[in-house]
Design a protein around this ligand. Sequence first.
Ligand SMILES: Cc1cc2nc3c(=O)[nH]c(=O)nc-3n(C[C@H](O)[C@H](O)[C@H](O)COP(=O)(O)O)c2cc1C
Length: 368
Amino acid sequence: MSTQLTENHRRLVVAPMMELTDRHYRFLARLLTRHTLLYTEMLTCKAVIHGDRSYLLGKETVEGPVVLQLGGSDVNEMAEAAHIGQEWGYDEINMNVGCPSDRVKAGRFGACLMAEPELVRDVIAGMQEKVDVPVTVKCRLGIDRDDSYEALESFAGIVLQSGCKHLIVHARKAWLDGLSPKENRTIPPLRYEYVYRLKQAYPDVHISINGGIDNLADTQSHLQQVDGVMIGRAAYYSPAMLAEADSTVFADIPGGHTHTADFATLSQVARDYAAYMQPWIDKGVRPSAMSRHIVSLFQEVPGARLYRRHISEHAGKCTDALSLVNGALEHINIDSSAANTSNTPMAANEVAQSDSPTSSSIDERRAN
Ligand SMILES: Cc1cc2nc3c(=O)[nH]c(=O)nc-3n(C[C@H](O)[C@H](O)[C@H](O)COP(=O)(O)O)c2cc1C
C-alpha cells in the first residue's frame, strides 16, 4: 500500500492541520486515497529536537507519502529537525510560513516570516544541505498591509534563491494583529488570481494553491492554472471527498483506489479503520482520539446524524472498535447507490463549529 512520492502526488494534498492531521487521521485518509499527499500537523523544530520523537514523529509505514511540517526560524535547529524528520521516514519537509497565531509570532516563525524572506531562504538552504528529500514552503499571500501581488512575487523570488522548487500558497493574506488564527482563515479575501500569476512568473517552480477549495471538481479546474491543490478543512470535515481522488485527480497513476464514495466503500473504510483502532485501544489509547476522525465520514444521507451521535456517545467506553463502528453504521439506512457523498461541500455552520483554534495544551506539548 505504501507509495513512493513523485511530483504527481502534489496534484492533491491534504493540508497540515494542528490537532486534526495526526497519524490516525492520516491512516483514515490513506484508506480513502492512496495517492493524495498527506501532511503532519506542524511541529516546532525545538519539539522535534528535544521532545518525545516516537510520540511526535511515529507514523505507520502504510501512511506514505507524508510531508513533515516544521515551524521555526533558527537555521541550525531547522536543519537538525529536518534531518531527524528524514530519518523518521518523511518524504518531504515543509516550512510553515503561514501560521498567524500570536504564540507562533512570538516564537518568530509562521506567517510573520513573510517579512523576512532572506531568513526563510537561509533556513530552507540550511535544511536542504542536511536532507535529500524535497524541502518546501507553505506561505500566505502576504501579511498586514504588505499584501500586493508584487510583494508576493518578490517574497517568492528571494525564497527561491535557496533552490527550493515548491511553494504552497494559502491564497489569503494574514492579519497578524487583531485577527485570531480562525478568523485569518475566513476574513481576509481569497485571491486565487495572485497564485495563478505567481505560477506564470515562475513556470519552473511547482506552485500549489490552498484556501477555500472543497471538492474535486474545483480541484481539477485549479489544476488548469497551477500544479497542485491543497485542501484543508473540507478534507477533514468531509473526508469522503477523498474516496474518488485516485480515480479522478490521479486517474493516470497506477495502483490507486478505484472505489467511489458510496455506502459500501465508506462503510468498509470505517470497518477497516476500526481494525486499525483496535490494537491502539488495547494499548490504552483513548478510542475517541481515533474515532473522532470517522465522525464526519457520512454526511447528508439518512441516518448520518445518528451515526455521528452513536460514535460520539459510545466511543468513551468502547473496548471493541468494530462493534462501535457497526453499531453506528446500523443507523445509516440507505441504498448504497444513493449514498454518494463525494463533492458534497460541508455546510458552512459545520465548518464554523468545528474549525476550532489549537488548544494551548497541544501547543505546549509541541512547542516544548
Ligand atoms: C484546525 C486547523 C489547524 C491548522 N493547522 C495548521 C498547521 O499546523 N500548519 C499550517 O501550515 N496550516 C495550518 N492550518 C491551515 C491549513 O493548512 C490551511 O492553510 C487552511 O485551513 C486553508 O485551507 P482550507 O480552506 O482548505 O481549509 C490549520 C487549519 C485548521 C482549520
